[in-house]
Design a protein. Structure first.
Length: 283
């Protein structure tokens, strides 16, 4: 099919649907030249009340370029009749376009996000997280309260900090100059080794599961031999179950209580999870 991009997915849709004007062949790049590779899978569960409009999260997986990204449209825009999911999806689609224009093996997530932000014109605002595997490390940028953790040998060895102006008021990109700028995002360069697992997600994951719970599910999934997509589904299902639980303490309820609010239980929200296994390129 003309325009089909076999190695890219955006929100589970083939990129001929998302990026009709972009074409790249599956063998355009030689992954064998790289020492590590990223094997990724994803799961997206929209808020039950937002399923008809596709929810407000977005994500992508670029297999050959070894880049993943997640974004969370800020739901407050719904109060003025704007679906911020459109902004998040456009931002992620523009990120994929920017990645394909980057120099081979020299992708800069911060530059990608800056380019994508400049090109995104939909109303709304969004968090953003872009992660790129190069050689023995990952290069990433995160802005807002989406983010990622790295699990190694059953332990969390890295977690991206949350960026908030105040409780439940996240850093966010917007099409106007009123929002935060990509330069406000935190940039990371982190060594990784085969066997590491990267779990990236929106706050629908990290507001409902503590990092040690995410790590425990990852460890269990690895023991069961789950592939990245199956593990992402397991994590998303656990987050949704906790979001509906009014009796368990969660990261969101902890933060709310620390901010002086009387709140207990989970937070029902869109949930995006992207799981990436890091392995040797010869595997």
């Amino acid at each position: 099919m003309d325009g089909f991009v076999p190695d890219l997915t955006v929100n589970g849709l083939s990129c001929d649907e998302q990026l009709a004007t972009t074409t790249v062949s599956a063998d355009q790049y030689d992954l064998a030249e790289r020492k590590l590779k990223l094997l990724s899978g994803s799961c997206y569960l929209p808020h039950p009340d937002k399923e008809a409009t596709g929810g407000e999260d977005a994500h992508f997986i670029c297999v050959n370029e070894q880049v993943i990204g997640v974004a969370d449209g800020v739901g407050g825009w719904a109060d003025v009749g704007v679906n911020a999911g459109l902004y998040a999806r456009e931002l992620m689609s523009n990120s994929v376009r920017a990645i394909l224009d980057e120099p081979k093996d020299s992708i800069d997530p911060a530059r990608v996000l800056t380019t994508a932000h400049s090109a995104t014109k939909a109303k709304g605002s969004s968090t953003a997280c872009i992660i790129y595997l190069k050689d023995e490390g990952i290069h990433a940028i995160n802005l807002g309260d989406s983010g990622f953790i790295i699990v190694r040998d059953g332990c969390t060895v890295f977690e991206s900090p949350v960026q908030q102006h105040g409780f439940n008021f996240t850093y966010q990109l917007e099409c106007s100059t009123r929002g935060d700028q990509p330069s406000s995002g935190q940039v990371f360069m982190i060594p990784v080794v085969p066997g590491d697992v990267i779990v990236a997600g929106t706050d629908g994951l990290f507001d409902n599961l503590f990092n040690n719970e995410v790590t425990s599910i990852v460890l269990q999934g690895m023991r069961e031999g789950l592939n990245p997509e199956a593990l992402s589904e397991k994590l998303a299902a656990s987050a949704r179950e906790r979001a509906l639980d009014r009796h368990r303490q969660t990261p969101f309820s902890t933060a709310a209580q620390e901010a002086g609010f009387r709140y207990y239980g989970g937070k029902l929200d869109d949930i995006t999870v992207v799981v990436s296994y890091i392995s040797n390129s010869t595997n």
